[in-house]
Design a binder for this molecule. Sequence first.
Ligand code: MN3
Length: 207
Amino acid sequence: MAHELAPLPYFKDSLEPHIDALTMEIHHGRHHKAYVDNLNKAIAGTPLEGLSIEALIADISNVPENIRGPVRNNGGGHWNHTFFWNILAPNAGGIPRGELADAITATFGSFADFQAKFEAAGVGRFGSGWAWLVLNGGKLEVVSTANQDNPLMGKAVAGVEGKVLLGVDVWEHAYYLKYQNLRAGYLKAVWNLVNWPKVSALYAAAK
Ligand code: MN3
């Protein structure tokens, strides 16, 4: 079955003023849609059509070489954006609670130290990519990937690994209309949108 672009789980203007409606419209309706369309095109007529998006990108090295690049870029793009839309929410943000909060403090020193490390990972990613919070071998880590790579792809492909708890798109298309070149300002604003109950649920499931 072909992969599909799911509707946003909220209205395109629901993340205002932190992420503007036009950015959401273009980012979801054009960028994410293009990843889905190009992924479907790349795997059309191959046995890979039967795989879930997770199974497909977790095993990139077994994708035939002639379509591996497009599957990696567009399959990664599809998974990453689907995850991103769903880890954000209107009227969210604040601070995590419970076991996740304890783990963040134990690992990074404080929630503020974690935020600084995450923002640095996003700002420090030269060009396009993503910043992530992952659980790797039972330990929280802040990492980043290039382009549409992600930790599901594994260390050999993406350079990082672990179960994804939080991810933020730092491609210019994610913020340029409102923040222009100020990626750091966008990353700070995104804290107002993080759905911590959801991140906590992912943490509980990943442990
Ligand atoms: Mn994007």
